[in-house]
Design a binder for this molecule. Structure first.
Ligand code: PLP
Length: 444
């Protein structure tokens, strides 16, 4: 039996890990105790070394019901599952809300938004007054895209490898208001930050007002040199909107350190918050000039809350973000980034040595983390994705978009090395079968 001191210590640590409305289940208390004990045990070990520590990551894997899914989910870049304590919290808030919805949602759960804003700001390394909580990256970024005053002829520069929802929003503004939306294009992977910066610099003219930039390119996982691009753009008087859907909750950084003006992200990707959660950050000095996408009584207000008039939304889902933050902080942001990068390198380096397999992503630390693209010579991305699923129960996403043709693979902290061995085996078998088939068909 544990000593009283240990018990007290354990409850203290468990309390640190809970959210604004948590009622600790025994599961959560035990998990918090285990996580705190492991963190203590390895407190002097660097994040890079921890990336290979299977003892620590086994505990994290157990926290995710998705780790025992019959379909191996390697599309965490699309949407990530939540750990059990987040799922439990949402269930709990949902049960509570359905007792007397308008009372529990509007008078109780709604009070959790301010502590949540503070918790998000702590992770983002910014002032809570710069954070708005919403439902996804599309909503966050469309708020800025449609909210900034631009005149006919003003230019916005983006790239063809940005996310479609944002490209469509800019195109709509071009069609409706006559702004000029210009897109440059990249051939990824690129292992030279200055080449990327110069590409944007060369596109800027005296009419350019906005640069739209994706932090981590969703198609192939290229990490863009955001800070360098922002500094270059600011020298030319151009503001920068950053799409951080694939970076926040994965890469260990503070938003203000990017030197951007606006930053929108999903929280249901690498942060593992409940599905349907997002966040908008706006540099304080810019808040008053952005019109809210939805209504507000004082649309030119400098209060970031003017972007949160969403009407009735899921308060249980929103409050579940708090538990995801607890979980993320408990495991450690630096450890998470290094582990997920390690997992990507683990499978991609093995896959590279298979004849006819190509990796479409730089494996250098500065240029990628979770995502890598893969293809097999002679197979379309659709055929490869479909066979991975039908023959090996491995779920990925197939990409045939402009100059990018590959299957995107994105593991998460709950992915096991044995899962990735299964992927590599599947790739090598499919490459072999595909090679045999083409030999046979040549011979026929
Ligand atoms: C780069 C990028 N931006 C934005 C989004 C949209 O995210 P959400 O579905 O949260 O709106 C995605 C989705 O995958 C994305 O990859």
């Amino acid at each position: 039996m544990k000593s009283t001191t240990n018990r007290r210590d354990f409850f203290r640590k468990a309390a640190v890990l809970t959210g604004a409305f948590s009622c600790n289940s025994l599961y959560q208390q035990l998990f918090a105790e285990d996580l705190a004990a492991k963190s203590d045990l390895y407190k002097n070990v660097s994040a890079e070394k921890m990336a290979e520590n299977e003892d620590f990551w086994a505990l994290i894997q157990q926290a995710y019901p998705a780790s025992s899914s019959p379909v191996l989910n390697l599309n965490n870049g699309g949407v990530s599952p939540s750990p059990k304590l987040v799922l439990d919290a949402v269930d709990r808030y949902n049960q509570m809300s359905n007792q007397a919805p308008s009372y529990y949602m509007w008078r109780i759960l709604d009070q959790g938004r301010e502590p949540l804003r503070e918790k998000l700001a702590l992770l983002a390394g910014c002032d809570p007054e710069e954070i708005a909580v919403n439902r996804n990256a599309t909503e966050a970024l469309n708020t800025v895209i449609y909210g900034i005053d631009l005149e006919k002829g003003d230019e916005v520069i983006g790239c063809k490898q940005d996310y479609p929802n944002m490209m469509q929003a800019w195109t709509q503004r071009a069609q409706r208001e006559g702004i000029v939306y210009k897109q440059i294009s990249f051939d990824f992977p690129i292992e030279d930050e200055d080449t990327i910066v110069e590409h944007y610099r060369n596109a800027i003219t005296s009419r350019t007002r906005i640069l739209h930039l994706t932090h981590v390119i969703n198609w192939v996982g290229q990490i863009m040199p955001v800070k360098k691009i922002c500094q270059m753009a600011h020298e030319k008087g151009v503001e920068v909107i950053v799409d951080g859907a694939h970076s926040f909750g994965l890469l260990d950084f503070n938003i203000p350190d990017l030197d951007a003006d606006y930053f929108g992200t999903s929280l249901h990707k690498y942060l593992s918050a409940p599905i349907g959660t997002g966040m908008l950050w706006i540099n304080k000095k810019n808040i008053s000039k952005v019109w809210p996408l939805l209504c507000h009584g004082d649309p030119k207000s400098a209060d970031i809350r003017k972007f949160e008039t969403l009407g009735t939304r899921s308060f249980p889902i929103e409050q579940g973000i708090g538990e995801a933050l607890n979980f993320h902080n408990g495991l450690g942001a630096g450890r998470k980034e290094e582990r997920v990068r390690y997992l990507k390198n683990y499978w991609a380096e093995k896959a590279m040595s298979i004849p006819s397999v190509k990796i479409h992503t730089s494996l250098k630390t500065a240029y990628s983390c979770a995502i890598a693209g893969v293809s097999i010579e002679g197979m379309t991305p659709q055929a490869l994705g479909q066979q991975l699923l039908s023959k090996y129960k491995i779920h990925t996403t197939s990409i045939s978009y402009g100059n990018i043709n590959c299957v995107r693979v994105s593991p998460h902290v709950y992915t096991r090395l044995s899962d990735l061995d299964r992927l590599v085996l599947a790739l090598s078998r499919l490459a072999e079968e595909n090679g045999n088939q083409s030999l046979n068909s040549k011979g026929a």
